[in-house]
Design a binder for this molecule. Sequence first.
Ligand SMILES: *Cc1c(COP(=O)(O)O)cnc(C)c1O
Length: 231
Amino acid sequence: MTHIKENLSEIEKKIQAACERTGRTREEVTLIAVTKTKPVEDIREVIDYGINDIGENKVQEILMKYPEFQEQLIWHMIGHLQTNKVKMIIDQVDLIHSVDSLKLAAKINDEAKKIDKVQKILIQINIAEEESKFGLEVDDVEELIRDIAKLPNIMIKGLMTIAPFVEDSEENRGIFRQMTQIFVDINKKNIDNVIMNTLSMGMTNDYEVAIEEGSTMVRIGTAIFGQRNYH
Ligand SMILES: *Cc1c(COP(=O)(O)O)cnc(C)c1O
């Protein structure tokens, strides 16, 4: 017995409340169900409740799960992507959230070209600069965007960040605010071929604050499906 239905309706209320508090409309925020480590049955359940956006962070899991669904879902690659795996998922993913180098972007461009696709991507920023896992430093963002914008088979849709895990989500408010500022600043520069409308930020522990600060895509796993079991 899962609590997916109850969890989703609770999250939906909180998303709506966060939108209302800041004068935003619910339509401005997309809820991505992060289904990593979770079985196909759980994904079926959220689809039944109206979810269309599915987030996975491993190529292998996308390859396993994608063929199980005939319906038109929107698949988000939210995890670190190695260049040698791009070709395995290029025809399956709608949005790649985790582009943080020109090398990766160039590879995506090449593989997208082969299948006649314009791949939508987000630029991942490591704004907290905490023991730097993946993502770009703030100072390098504009230059990378200018370089990637020249690649014809890529469309930069916006920015993404993974904020640190904190007990009190208020601690991440400054990070989300800074992300929105970078987003606005870059849009003002009118870079050819760059029309950013997507800001992917906010997870189970901090999505309400992220929405208050301008997020347009929240990526939620644990709050929907419960704790992940890694074995
Ligand atoms: C796992 C994951 C999430 C979801 O995290 P929860 O805390 O379970 O909501 C969001 N974004 C990325 C990139 C992830 O890897």
